[in-house]
Design a protein around this ligand. Structure first.
Ligand code: NI
Ligand code: MN
Length: 225
């Protein structure tokens, strides 16, 4: 399994069976992304919520690749109404896809499409491929149920926002890592816009002082697990 980071909350997972899964592919309008959407392919696109910096170029990519969306029911309905293929899920539920298992979790945030349509609850997502469990928290504030999410799902890699203003900042994000206790924490959703500029090194130092591992991925970097 390979995990690639485009910046912001946008990741690409290449599963062991060759399927490509994108999460929140915000590329063309994202000043920090090294990649344009025309060069990115997807079998599946997972959206944590409908804000523009998460839907991003999802529809452009899906139109070209015939990708299937995976998201909460209301947002999946919105994708289907636009003519796209989507798998409707909801918070707490898991489903086995051909590449692995996807489970949605709560996230404390908002969700509305760029054209003002109701998009259901925002979510986090746990993706299990082989024996690796990846928890992408979506946009969220800190919540104590993360402890339960960690206990129930044996998280290997936690992808979490640290940019503050719209989501957790560094102090709360470090606490979130402590609650979930993943084998590796990877920060996201920072330095894309002026209001979310932070130093990820401060986050890494804090996480490592607390005894957890942290890796700051470079934009465009891909790691094999
Ligand atoms: Ni958001
Ligand atoms: Mn966001």
């Amino acid at each position: 399994m390979k995990l690639k980071y485009f910046s912001h909350s946008a990741f690409q997972i290449s599963a062991n069976n060759g399927k490509i899964i994108l999460i929140d592919p915000f590329l063309d309008g994202n000043p920090t992304s090294p990649e344009k959407s025309e060069n990115v392919n997807a079998d599946y696109i997972i959206l944590t919520h409908a804000h523009g910096d998460h839907i991003g170029d999802a529809f452009k990519i899906a139109e070209r690749c015939g990708s299937t969306f995976i998201c909460v029911n209301e947002l999946a309905n919105y994708c289907q109404a636009k003519g796209f293929s989507a798998h409707n899920m909801h918070i707490g539920g898991a489903f086995d896809f051909d590449f692995g298992r996807v489970k949605f979790t709560i996230a404390h945030h908002g969700s509305i499409t760029p054209d003002g349509q109701y998009a259901g609850e925002p979510a986090g997502v746990i993706i299990s491929i082989g024996n690796i469990n990846i928890y992408h928290t979506g946009d969220t504030g800190l919540f104590y149920d993360m402890k339960l999410i960690g206990e129930m799902n044996n998280i290997d890699i936690m992808l979490l926002p640290i940019g503050d203003n719209f989501t957790m900042g560094i102090t709360d994000a470090a606490k979130a890592v402590e609650l979930v206790n993943p084998k590796l924490a990877i920060p996201m959703h920072f330095n894309t816009f002026p209001v979310i500029v932070v130093n990820p090194k401060d986050f890494k130092d804090k996480v490592e002082r607390d005894g957890n591992k942290c890796r700051i991925m470079n934009y465009g970097e891909e790691i094999e697990f």
